[in-house]
Design a protein around this ligand. Structure first.
Ligand code: C5P
Length: 213
């Protein structure tokens, strides 16, 4: 469906690592013609700088778009560090305005992350919490890393996923949890296409209502 008139419509997608939220978010954005922001990249870009000794708070305040394009952002080491810098309240605060502005742009926006429905876009028209068992998520992430030629083992990926879940869910500032009004989408037994179709169905209903079309 292509939308031609200017619109304000925000889709907030949250969930743990490798639940499929990135693929669903991108697919939703393509389907509706909305812009997409993978907010994990912001934390990963800060992590890359922290790994070479930069202060994460300074890195967060000085972040520029080109920091989000490096190939190294996808490595497990960077993911691990991202969940560590994401615990720091000043890092999260420095990223707030950019994410809020992205969410309220004309033309519609899909943001995926951990705190989109709860903190960044509490007024989003649609909130989806995408989840799956830790074992299935680890298998997906392991396959993805293998296909990119990154050396790792399934056990290591599973350990990483569980460790990151724990840190993301128990931190004081903006912990990972479903917003009270989020749709829960468990993708454990679903293909990516089936997961995307469910997200499209959920969003279409709200979109038609919001646009009165
Ligand atoms: O989604 P992704 O795996 O790229 O996120 C990396 C890390 O960044 C997460 O484990 C989480 O700690 C942090 N993050 C966050 N809030 C977001 C997006 C990511 O705390 N909105």
């Amino acid at each position: 469906m292509l939308v031609s008139k200017p619109i304000r419509f925000t889709v907030a997608i949250d969930g743990p690592a490798a639940a499929g939220k990135g693929t669903v978010a991108k697919g939703l954005a393509d389907h509706f013609g909305f812009s997409h922001l993978d907010t994990g990249l912001l934390y990963r870009a800060i992590a890359v700088k922290a790994l070479v000794g930069e202060d994460p708070i300074t890195a967060a305040n000085e972040l520029v778009a080109s920091d989000m394009t490096s190939q190294t952002l996808q490595s497990p080491k960077v993911a691990r560090m991202a969940s560590k810098v994401a615990v720091i309240p000043q890092v999260r605060a420095a990223l707030l305005a950019f994410q809020e502005n992205f969410a309220s742009q004309d033309g519609g926006a899909v943001l995926d992350g951990r705190d989109i429905g709860t903190i960044i876009c509490p007024e989003a028209q649609i909130k989806i919490f995408i989840t799956a068992s830790a074992e299935i998520r680890a298998k997906r992430r392991y396959d993805e890393l293998q296909s990119k030629g990154l050396e790792t083992s399934y056990d290591e990926v599973l350990r990483d996923v569980k460790e990151r879940d724990e840190r993301d869910m128990t931190r004081k500032d903006a912990p990972l949890k479903p917003a009270h009004d989020a749709h829960i989408l468990d993708t454990s037994g679903l293909s990516i296409m089936a997961s995307l179709q469910k997200a499209i169905d959920i969003t279409s209903t709200a979109f038609v209502k919001a646009m009165k079309i």
